[in-house]
Design a protein around this ligand. Sequence first.
Ligand code: SF4
Ligand code: SF4
Length: 184
Amino acid sequence: MKVVNFLSIVDPQKCNGDKRCENLCPSGAIKVVEKIARVDESRCVACGKCREVCREGAITMVRRSEPREIVFDMQTVSQEKIQALCEKTFLLPDMLICACTGTMVKEVAGAIIGGAKTPEDIVLMTGAGSGCGIYCMGVVFQLFKAAGIVIPDDPRWKNLPLTPRDIPDKIADKYPEYYFRGVI
Ligand code: SF4
Ligand code: SF4
C-alpha cells in the first residue's frame, strides 16, 4: 500500500520542455504539452523522480490537502487465479515485492488478473514501483510474462535490474548448480 502525501508541481517559467521528467515518471503523471511539463494530480504517486531528474529546478513537491491511498482490493479477484499465477512464477504470494511500499506478490498478481496491462497500471493499482522502482520491476515483469501479457516497449522499463530467472537458457544450462530455474 502507498499513502501519497505529496504532489509534484512544475514552475512553467523554469521548464524547458526537455521531457526528462516524462521519460522517467512511473505512473505517466507528468507529460510535456506545448513545451511545458504538466502534472496529472490523480496519477502522481509522489515518487520524486521528476524532481531528481530535472536540470532546471522546475519541480517542487508540495503536500496534498488530502493524502491519497493506493491499495489493491484483493476481494475483487479470484484467490485461486492469484494462487495459480504465483505458482507459475515460483513466487510465494506473501513475499514482499516492493520494500518501499510493502506490496506483496499476491497484490501485483491480483492487479494483473484484475486488468493491469502495463507496469504503469501496477504502480497506480498497487503502489509497487512508486518508490525506488528498482527491485520490484523484475518481479512485476515475471508476473506479466506468466500471465501471457507483453509489456509495451517503453524506455521507462528498460535497463532495470533483472532477476536470476532472466538469465538466458544457455547460461542457466551451463551452470546447473545455480538455481536459475526457480527451484525451491
Ligand atoms: S525535466 Fe524539468 S525542464 Fe525538463 S520537461 Fe520536466 S519539468 Fe521541464
Ligand atoms: S513525483 Fe513521480 S509520479 Fe509524480 S509526476 Fe513526478 S515522477 Fe511522476
